[in-house]
Design a protein around this ligand. Structure first.
Ligand code: ADP
Ligand code: MG
Length: 323
């Protein structure tokens, strides 16, 4: 019988409750409200994406969880352990691959991992340094000085360092920044594999596409505020938006009523902008409606939603789904 029977495991690997962080003013500048009342739950076992542009507050959130930055208010739990009141347990449950690679150049990978495992109080017999090094493809470099490792190898060593105490939650802060395609693929294969075997993964990125392909749940943060958190498919359906601009061959004073259902908007006298969800409406239906209204098209352009549009869309209070 396993000690961790399913019903003793927490439902959420990470929970934050109205978590806020204000960095004090520096050299007469303003204070920075990096996180504003963020309440978030990360289901156990998920591959969770925290998406947001640079400066959104992603690293601040990660660093609070990792115990590297002190929160201003609110609460956070990792594996049900309060990050303040049960700091040791909370720290053991999480492994963080930081955004900035900071490796002590005078240790070998093997030494670094042993040291890290030791920090977490792992008995020698339970240390998996060699296994972890192999998992990230660094066995051959186990005894080389870290300073002799290439950028890609250092990145992998950081992943190994975050994993060596077998944390339930693995956090990767912008792991793709400055990483070549091959290494990225290797890293993802490895992290996906860990996720399949039960590790909860929290990934921050400013690439929608990366979050979209890897994550089963995506939260979006902008200016320190959580603006969305949904299963990936549902989120994509929400932001599933395209725009089609039609230029007519004659002036129009009012929009024909049969176009209202396509979120159409008349701009000037000859341009009609349609904002629609491609999962539910295809451009053919719009063209047919234009035709049915007796209008003739002179020109036509379409545009996919960009990350910026998505933020605007999600922060706007208008409910486009109702439209
Ligand atoms: P992200 O990781 O999403 O790019 P960060 O959490 O790094 O965002 O930063 C959020 C905001 O907090 C930014 O405006 C950033 O300049 C500010 N910030 C981050 N760290 C500090 C710090 N140590 N002192 C002051 N301001 C900071
Ligand atoms: Mg960051």
């Amino acid at each position: 019988m396993c000690a961790d029977t399913p019903d003793t495991l927490p439902k959420f690997a990470v929970e934050t409750s109205v978590l806020s962080k204000t960095y004090p003013a520096e050299r007469g500048g303003p204070v920075v409200e990096a996180l504003k009342s963020v309440s978030l739950t990360i289901p156990r076992g998920s591959f969770f994406g925290l998406l947001g542009p640079n400066g959104a507050g992603k690293s601040t959130l990660i660093n609070i969880l990792a115990g590297l930055v002190q929160k201003t208010s609110g609460e956070a739990r990792i594996w049900n352990f309060n990050i303040e009141r049960q700091m040791r347990q909370a720290r053991r449950a999480i492994g963080v691959v930081p955004q900035e690679p900071n490796i002590d150049p005078f240790f070998t990978p093997r030494e670094l991992l042993d040291l890290q495992a030791g920090l977490y109080g792992m008995p020698k017999a339970e240390r998996r340094s060699d296994e972890v090094l192999q998992a990230v493809g660094l066995s051959e470099k186990a005894h080389a000085y870290a300073r002799s490792l290439s950028g890609g190898m250092r990145r992998r060593l950081l992943v190994a360092k975050a994993m060596v105490h077998s944390p339930q939650v693995l956090v990767l802060d912008e792991p793709s920044a400055g990483v070549d395609v091959d290494l990225r693929r290797q890293l993802w294969t490895h992290v996906r594999d860990m996720n399949r075997r039960g590790t909860t993964v929290l990934l921050t990125t400013h690439y929608l596409e990366e979050a979209e392909t890897l994550c089963d749940t995506i939260a979006i943060i902008n200016h320190g505020r959580l603006i969305a958190c949904d299963p990936t498919e549902r989120l994509l359906a929400r932001i599933d938006s395209k725009q089609m601009t039609v230029t007519l061959d004659a002036d129009l004073s009012t929009l024909p009523t049969n176009l209202h259902s396509f979120n159409a908007e008349l701009r000037g006298l000859r341009h009609v902008v349609f904002s629609y969800a491609p999962s539910r409406i295809n451009s053919g239906q719009i063209l047919a409606a234009i035709d049915a209204a007796g209008l003739c098209i002179a020109d036509l352009t379409t545009r996919e939603a960009e990350l910026e549009d998505i933020f605007l869309r999600l922060t706007k209070k208008t409910d486009l789904e109702a439209g």
